[in-house]
Unconditional design. Structure first.
Length: 254
């Protein structure tokens, strides 16, 4: 198991998920990755999901699929620190064809069990995209659609199901539209190092100081959204100049 630091309330749940999946899948399970808020230190007990990615050697049979669905339910019931548990399955063949998924596993996930699949595939000639301007521009239409949908009150494709609590929705938007999209802008400047929120916000403050108010507000929301109490519409309006600026910068590249 990779030596990483998890948020304490989610550690026992994460390790229980790994153990159960190994029992169910055996040597079919090549690797178990954790991503999302629990990995990044953003998870809220009783509110956030546990997001996992299982890389398997072959398509699962009906028994294995049903067992994983039951596992998601039973883990959530046993460990209510997470509102839901997601055991998302990727076959190795599918991962060979999905370069962006390999990029996310490389830069925005951690291995809790098994092999470094991305390294193995790269050794076989399956190249993982670099965190650069080309990658940032390739996802720009998707990013724009997500921000537009959020601003008009629709469910964005990038966030997963939004919480009912409006201040927790604001927190989701802070994570995705400032930290995540800000990280892709940093790639265009060749100064990206990580998706870690503290590092991204520090680098954004340094290179885009005119938006420091938005970054400071994002920090407050990520730390304690229920205390900050900023409604989603107000927050999206507050960060719109920043988002439009970085989208415009990315559009002009290449």
């Amino acid at each position: 198991m990779q030596d990483i630091t998890l948020q304490n309330p989610f550690m026992q749940l994460s390790y229980a998920a790994v153990s159960t999946c190994v029992d169910i899948l055996g040597d079919t399970l090549l690797a178990f990755y954790l991503h999302g808020s629990a990995l990044h230190g953003d998870a809220i007990v009783g509110v956030s999901d546990l997001d996992c990615c299982l890389i398997v050697a072959r398509a699962l049979d009906n028994r294995q699929t049903a067992a994983l669905i039951d596992t998601e339910r039973s883990l959530q019931a046993r460990y209510p620190v997470a509102s839901e548990v997601h055991l998302n399955v990727y076959t190795i063949d599918a991962l060979q064809q999905d370069s962006f998924a390999r990029f996310l596993l490389r830069h925005n996930a951690a291995i809790l069990y098994g092999k470094n699949i991305v390294d193995i595939l790269e050794a076989q000639g399956y190249i993982t995209p670099r965190p650069d301007a080309q990658l940032a521009k390739s996802r720009l239409p998707f990013a724009r659609d997500c921000f537009r949908d959020a601003c008009i009150g629709k469910q964005p494709a990038c966030t997963g199901k939004l919480p009912d609590n409006p201040y927790l929705r604001t927190r989701k938007f802070a994570r995705y539209f400032v930290v995540l999209e800000g990280a892709y802008w940093l790639m265009t400047q060749e100064i990206f190092t990580t998706f870690d929120k503290t590092t991204v916000l520090r680098d954004l403050k340094k290179h885009l100081p005119e938006f420091c108010d938005a970054f400071t507000q994002t920090e407050r929301i990520l730390q304690n959204p229920l205390q900050t109490t900023m409604p989603p519409k107000q927050f999206l309006s507050h960060i719109r100049p920043f988002v439009e600026r970085i989208f415009s910068d990315i559009e002009r590249l290449l």
